[in-house]
Ligand binder design. Sequence first.
Ligand code: DSN
Length: 496
Amino acid sequence: MATPYTPHAVEAAQAPHTAAGAAADTAFRSALDVVAGVEPRIAAAIGQELEDQRASLKLIASENYASPAVLLAMGNWLSDKYAEGTAGRRFYAGCRNVDTVETIAAEHARALFGADHAYVQPHSGIDANLTAFWAVLSQRVESPALERAKVRGVNDLTEQDWAQLRQSLGNQRMLGMSLDAGGHLTHGFRPNISGKMFDQRSYGTDPATGLIDYDALRETAREFRPLILVAGYSAYPRLVDFRRMREIADEVGATLMVDMAHFAGLVAGKVLTGDHDPVQHAQIVTTTTHKSLRGPRGGMVLCDTELAEHVDRGCPLVLGGPLSHVMAAKAVAFAEARRPEFQTYAHAVVDNARALAEGLLRRGGRLVTGGTDNHLVLADVSGYGLTGRQAEAALLDSGVVTNRNSVPQDPNGAWYTSGVRLGTPALTTRGLGTAEMDEIAALIDTVLRATTPTTTAGGAPSKAQYRLDDAVRDGVAKRATDLLAPFPLYPGVDLT
Ligand code: DSN
């Protein structure tokens, strides 16, 4: 029997009747009064965002709700300081407090994940990945063009520079998970800079099971011989065997890099352990800090000691000055994640995702891989006769916030898609449990059954337009509101 999750002690302490709750309420209200004194429309938009978040059934797999302590750590004068370099070795004077903040954030991160080294400066997941790619190139490849890029910065490189750079780097290769199997743009695809830096090839999933086919991946790796094997995903609902990934990487002489942006909270919360813990197996691990990890919007790189000096050159090689106020908030979030309650939270995220998956399957839904082992569910909505875009919009009309997503070999491409991605980190933070997840599955099924594509002028079913029964929409929206009512968001904060 799973331990029921009750909101994190830090959140519970924000209840209106406690001193901490009153303090958070005063802090946010005072801050907005100060903002309103200069630009009231911005204060109003910030306040409205809280109301919107409170009112929506948020199932976006990459979002969460950070604690008041994390949010408040970002709104202060640390933002005013430039601090290029690393703690104790800055290009600016007067950085002692930034040094303190960065050192504490890195200490917490190393302890939380059992990593040799933590670099907490990346501003986002893309920045963290870019830092990691350059670190591996810098460690393993000698190139005058790379040295020039380190001095000039990558933003100033032309297409011709890129071609020369790739050539001078020996046309290095990257093998990552394909986009439609759940990989990420930053894993070597053309719209991202990683696709310009590397010759890229993808591994997919088994069409019959939707699972990673490690034997096929190994064959591809043996033939392609990448410098970097990238593991990790943003839309794969199952466990990844990182021990096996490392064996494949070692066999072909690749560095194993894992992008754990989506599931860092499950690693921190000890859901993903042993073969499923990327930090134990990969030489370099990147993440965002705001998804299942529930910190501020930002990124981080963890790595083995041998890569540390290369990773630490992220700024100024590919990053602007570190955001010291965000590093402070990362430190607070990591401290929260080291508390035992976070492990209960992380397990509840997965229990909730399983309950959501089972609820959809029981009602006839189709899920990629037939279920989930992590925080997300990828529903194939083609069985309802809809595209992902129609399903996403009809659910939004009904107060259920999701995002459309490709399914493997998606006939509708990346814009319309055939899938909807559903994630449980945010609603679990609010305290919703498995019973509520089953009810949410019922609401989703009800909306999708009541939605039909309209036809285009030529008589074909539209991929974007749809008709949704008004009574169903209103009934589901009302039920979503009722479902959220016992789980207030930031209960201590009253901006009215
Ligand atoms: N935008 C994130 C997501 O939704 O998965 C990944 O970059």
